[in-house]
Design a protein around this ligand. Structure first.
Ligand code: IPE
Ligand code: IPE
Ligand code: MG
Length: 232
């Protein structure tokens, strides 16, 4: 394929509806969704995508029923630990970005350990956005910048300088953003970083989104004409 996006991001949606349609508990949908992350990461690494990021849990998702929140956190902990060796064997760097202060100590320890142990890997970076929201990111960036810079430096700030304070500092903006399950909204995801991202919406529910569906999205991306406001 000619135009491979450098960074593909996914709003993984529809796990609950996938489970409900089968008369299963919502958590079963989340478990099946982990398989889709695995499949998409494999396709991304094979096809030369350098960054795959997935929205795993939003700041708003803390407002879900407590038992679902707990189940999701346990599932993420388990899935991470299970994948560590695969990441090491396949040269995958793993990162978690978001409001880490809201995560449990145990989960934070696992995340730190996994990030450290895969930090030198170069084939593809998998980023899990956990307890993340776009508005939170912009606000924490503003606070960090204000604490670090003099009023003169703040006044002189240019757009690329601001990028350094977002949790995504050093990571290229997503070229392609996929949202599954037919919802046509951004749900407070990468607001700043998706300023010129190509959007791809599909009705497919996340647990059904596997390698062929991922590659179909890449093919659609290759057909897009990115103009960035210019005339081509
Ligand atoms: C996405 O699936 C996973 C998370 C948001 C954690 P949902 O749980 O939102 O599934 P639906 O939208 O209820 O089908
Ligand atoms: C968005 O999905 C967040 C994640 C995929 C983690 P939601 O299912 O929470 O989004 P809304 O509530 O339908 O906007
Ligand atoms: Mg949803």
């Amino acid at each position: 394929m000619e135009k491979i996006p450098q960074h593909v991001s996914i709003i993984m949606d529809g796990n609950g509806r996938w489970a409900k349609a089968r008369g299963l508990d919502r958590v079963k949908g989340h478990i099946e969704g982990v398989e889709s992350v695995r499949a998409c990461l494999e396709a991304a690494a094979e096809d030369g995508v350098k960054y795959l990021s997935v929205y795993a849990f939003s700041e708003e998702n803390w407002n879900r029923p407590q038992d679902e929140v707990i189940a999701l956190m346990e599932l993420m902990m388990k899935a991470m630990k299970q994948e560590l060796n695969t990441f090491i064997d396949n040269n995958i760097r793993f990162m978690v970005l978001g409001n880490r202060a809201r995560l449990s100590e145990g989960l934070n320890q696992t995340i730190d350990d996994m990030m450290e142990r895969t930090a030198g890997n170069t084939r593809c970076t998998l980023i899990l956005f956990l307890s993340y929201s776009g508005k939170w990111d912009i606000l924490q960036a503003m606070k960090k910048a204000a604490a670090e810079l003099t009023p003169e430096q703040l006044q002189a700030m240019e757009l690329p300088d601001f990028d350094r304070y977002l949790v995504t500092a050093g990571i290229p903006d997503p070229d392609l953003l996929i949202r599954t399950s037919g919802e046509l909204r951004i749900s407070n995801y990468l607001l700043w970083q998706s300023a010129y991202t190509e959007f791809y919406f599909t009705d497919i529910l996340w647990p059904d989104f596997r390698k062929p569906q991922f590659r179909e999205a890449l093919a659609e991306y290759a057909r897009r004409d990115r103009r960035y406001g210019k005339v081509k």
